[in-house]
Design a protein around this ligand. Structure first.
Ligand SMILES: Nc1ncnc2c1ncn2[C@@H]1O[C@H](COP(=O)(O)OP(=O)(O)OP(=O)(O)O)[C@@H](O)[C@H]1O
Length: 226
């Protein structure tokens, strides 16, 4: 579903490639962890997959379509939901308003459906009172759940998360990863998570390791994962 073909990237300020001729394939309905030492290029890689930047050479395709031809703006709006370590919610809004706004911006098929948003937030453990107060009054774990709920109410088939559990304790981390797996297994989305935490990678269906400018599958997802 999401494929890279000879994807190559370098920073213009650097003397060498970060990675070169990378061919990868990510399937819908699966969760993937991208792991590797600091500075190997994980964040750069997911920025490319999320359409925040373009490869210097090679292609990224979703459902067979080249995202560069689609236009990166259109690709980001319709095909990708991003979850960041710092949550990136609208801080002057409630959780519910964050979801409603995201649905409107991305033209989600459920836009305007407040009950659907409330259901999602309830499923993720927020009370009716919590979902209508300013998000800044929520804990870090709760805010990350709101960011995850946002991906669930949008139609984008690809969910990309960069260190989504970096600010969370162990219990919240496990819950958040369980939610990402639900998004993959129940909603059929493709979920790609950059992580430093071995326990997070263990819970994903596939694990891709980035080292010495190449990617290696440490665990390939099996058909039984869905
Ligand atoms: N905007 C930039 N300009 C130049 N070099 C950059 C830029 N962003 C990152 N780099 C360099 O590219 C390399 C890969 O960075 P990247 O952030 O993708 O790695 P990472 O594996 O995600 O690291 P970490 O695990 O520490 O977050 C690093 O050597 C970094 O210094």
């Amino acid at each position: 579903m999401l494929e890279t073909e000879k994807m190559t990237y370098w920073y213009t300020t650097a003397s060498d490639y970060l990675f070169k001729d990378v061919d990868l394939r990510f399937e819908p309905g699966r969760s993937y962890a991208i792991v590797g030492q600091s500075g190997t290029g994980k964040t750069t890689m997911v920025s490319l997959l999320a359409g925040l930047d373009a490869p210097k050479a090679g292609k990224i395709k979703i459902a067979g379509q080249d995202i560069a031809k689609m236009g990166l703006g259109a690709y980001r709006r319709r095909q990708v939901s991003v979850v960041f370590q710092a949550f990136n919610l609208f801080t002057y809004m409630s959780a519910l308003e964050n979801l409603m706004t995201a649905m409107a911006i991305t033209k989600s098929s459920r836009r305007g459906d407040q009950e659907f948003s409330r259901d999602m937030l309830r499923r993720l453990g927020l009370t009716d009172e919590q979902m209508t107060q300013n998000v800044q009054r929520l804990s870090g774990g709760q805010q990350q759940r709101v960011a995850i709920a946002r991906t669930m109410v949008c139609d984008a088939p690809l969910v990309v998360a960069d260190e989504p559990t970096g600010n969370l304790d162990e219990a919240n981390t496990d819950e958040v990863i369980a939610l990402f797996n639900q998004i993959a297994h129940e909603q059929g989305k493709c979920v790609i998570i950059v992580t430093h935490e071995p326990s997070v990678a263990e819970q994903c269906d596939g694990v891709l390791r980035l080292a010495q400018r190449t990617f290696r599958w440490e665990k390939t997802p099996t058909a039984a994962a869905v």
